[in-house]
Design a protein around this ligand. Structure first.
Ligand SMILES: [Zn+2]
Ligand SMILES: [Zn+2]
Ligand SMILES: [Zn+2]
Length: 138
């Protein structure tokens, strides 16, 4: 049993199940965003696609993880910070994709305000910057 993920599940008032624990543990230990495929590769083969999908959906709805849009339109997920919850997600930070290692990271950098034309109101904002990450630069 993993204490950190168990604690987090409790904080978000989610029942602790083996699949939730395992997937959350994966997010906690990886420093970068994970795609559905990444998760399936890492977890126990006994968890099927539907379980993974449902668990991710639950985590998204509860504010444990958020979506990270990739350049190829593929979807990745990353852990939220403490400000998110069932009331919604409260962060608009920059995502950075490294062209060398291919990993996408959440950066602690806020997306600068974007002025939209009259009549447009944003409901979600995504900013993906591509380049070389800290690890690959060294
Ligand atoms: Zn969030
Ligand atoms: Zn890199
Ligand atoms: Zn993020």
């Amino acid at each position: 049993m993993d204490a950190a993920s168990d604690h987090l599940l409790k904080n978000f008032r989610l029942r602790s199940t083996p699949s939730r624990q395992e997937i959350l543990h994966l997010f906690l230990k990886s420093k970068h965003a994970l795609s559905h495929g990444d998760i399936e590769k890492e977890i126990d083969a006994s968890l099927d696609r539907v379980t993974v999908y449902r668990t991710l959906k639950t985590f998204l709805d509860r504010g444990l993880i958020h979506k990270v849009l990739d350049d190829e339109g593929s979807l990745k997920y990353a852990l939220c910070n403490a400000t998110c919850g069932t009331t919604g997600h409260h962060h608009d930070h920059v995502h950075f994709k490294c062209v060398r290692c291919g990993q996408t990271n959440c950066l602690d950098v806020e997306i600068p305000p974007v002025k939209l034309p009259k009549g447009y109101s944003p409901s979600e904002i995504n900013l993906l910057i591509q380049g070389t990450c800290e690890r690959c630069a060294n």
